[in-house]
Write a protein that binds this ligand. Structure first.
Ligand SMILES: Cc1ncc(COP(=O)(O)O)c(C=O)c1O
Length: 403
């Protein structure tokens, strides 16, 4: 019964997303079922969110217990789950610091932006093609002019440098720079990985000028790349880390972690949000972190990510250029702009993936995806690409005929 739901969606909800093709009613592990009873392998995980897949017992149990005990109190009162969560996030970081809990990735980046302004400096450097969220501050730091343009003027003071270019960063950062904000991998722009050493160079440059290094780990954090935080692979310590997506395993929660003295830049009254650190969402996040440890998911993600990449490249399909990314955040780079057609064909064949760019397919599945599930997609991929190539040729021929 997808169609009536599509009509109701378009009548009742603001048209910010278009009308989705699929209406989902149920999920278990990495498998989703739609309103017409069709099953899909979820290789997108709610856009890198459902770390433990759908209906994971640990999340169900934690949320049920917490909501039946103490659901919400606001930050006028203490509840223990957000404290435990902040402690755990810092323990995984291995650094002294403090955490601001919020509800989404954009909000985590808003907090980071405000924290940067508390240094007394104004300039923020961000990367071209970056994505940091849709609220005004996060949007101001988003390096995609088409997303900012309809909402100008933006908050002032942000400039952009090419992602991955150390020389450009070196030239942009000075003694007036409050912060540099970077994604360890640009997820929304098609899983773009910077050259080796880029984050370490950014750390060195910012430290030298007394500017903060903010790493937006909203998409890369919480085990996604096989590390608790993706930057840990680079052996650096940033000043600020922002998180959301995978953190709550499907419940809305974000975090802005500040390390060392940066953690003291906010005082009472500087920032806040009613739901921040909500006990139910915090309990879900604690269940996610506990399950990642208990199930050895970091190792699983690293190994599975490597084998998926290798297996896709080994297909030797003429439409595949290479696979990039880390862990279970992978971009399949095509040498033709057929990603949208492939996404649609994959959906028909029961695989949910997406096409962040015309020639890039992204997969960001639940971290609990099994090797067998991954293999079923890899096996199906050549036929999907063949059909997409066929469709692209057909479309071109029709267009030429029409001319
Ligand atoms: C790197 C990054 N930062 C921030 C955001 C925004 O997060 P949210 O949609 O939870 O506001 C996203 C969302 O895709 C993201 O990928």
């Amino acid at each position: 019964m997808t169609e009536p739901l599509q009509h109701r969606w378009s009548d009742a909800l603001m048209d910010t997303y278009g009308v989705p093709r699929v209406a989902l009613v149920r999920g278990e592990g990495a498998v989703l079922t739609d309103a017409d009873g069709k099953e899909y392998l979820d290789l997108l995980g709610g856009i890198a969110v459902n770390a433990l897949g759908h209906a994971h017992p640990a999340v169900i149990e934690a949320v049920t217990e917490q909501v039946s005990t103490l659901g919400h109190v606001s930050n006028l009162y203490i509840a223990e789950p957000p404290i435990r969560l902040a402690e755990e996030l810092l323990r995984h970081l291995g650094q002294p610091g403090r955490v601001f809990l919020c509800n989404s990735g954009a909000e985590a980046n808003e907090a980071a932006f405000k924290l940067a302004r508390r240094t007394g400096r104004q300039k923020i450097i961000a990367a071209e093609n970056s994505f940091h969220g849709r609220t005004m501050g996060a949007l101001a730091m988003t390096g995609q002019a088409d997303k900012r343009a309809p909402f100008e003027p933006m908050p002032d003071g942000v400039s952009f440098v090419p992602f991955g270019d150390v020389t450009a960063l070196e030239a942009a950062v000075d003694e007036d720079t409050a912060a540099v904000i970077l994604e360890p991998i640009q997820g929304e722009y098609g899983v773009v990985v910077p050259p080796a050493g880029y984050l370490a160079a950014a750390r060195e440059i910012t430290a030298r000028h007394g500017a903060l290094l903010i790493l937006d780990e909203v998409q890369t954090g919480i085990g996604r790349t096989g590390w608790h935080y993706a930057h840990q692979a680079d052996g650096i310590v940033p000043d600020v880390i922002t998180l959301a997506k995978g953190l709550g395993g499907g419940l809305p929660i974000g975090a802005c972690i500040a390390v060392g003295p940066t953690a003291k830049l906010f005082g009472p009254g500087h920032h806040g949000t009613t739901f921040g650190g909500n006990p139910v969402c915090s309990a879900a996040a604690l269940a996610v972190l506990r399950t990642i440890a208990e199930r050895g998911l970091l190792e699983h993600v690293s190994a599975l990510g490597k084998s998926i990449s290798a297996d896709i490249e080994a297909l030797g399909h003429p439409a595949i250029d290479h696979v990039r990314g880390s862990g279970l955040l992978l971009g399949i780079v095509l040498n033709k702009p057929i990603a949208k057609q492939t996404e649609a064909l994959a959906r028909d064949a029961g695989f949910l993936i997406n096409a962040p760019r015309e020639s890039v397919l992204r997969i960001a599945p639940p971290l609990v995806l099994t090797a067998e599930q991954a293999a079923s997609f890899v096996q199906a991929l050549p036929a999907l690409l063949d059909s997409a190539l066929g469709k692209a040729t057909e479309k071109k021929a029709t267009e030429e005929e029409a001319q």
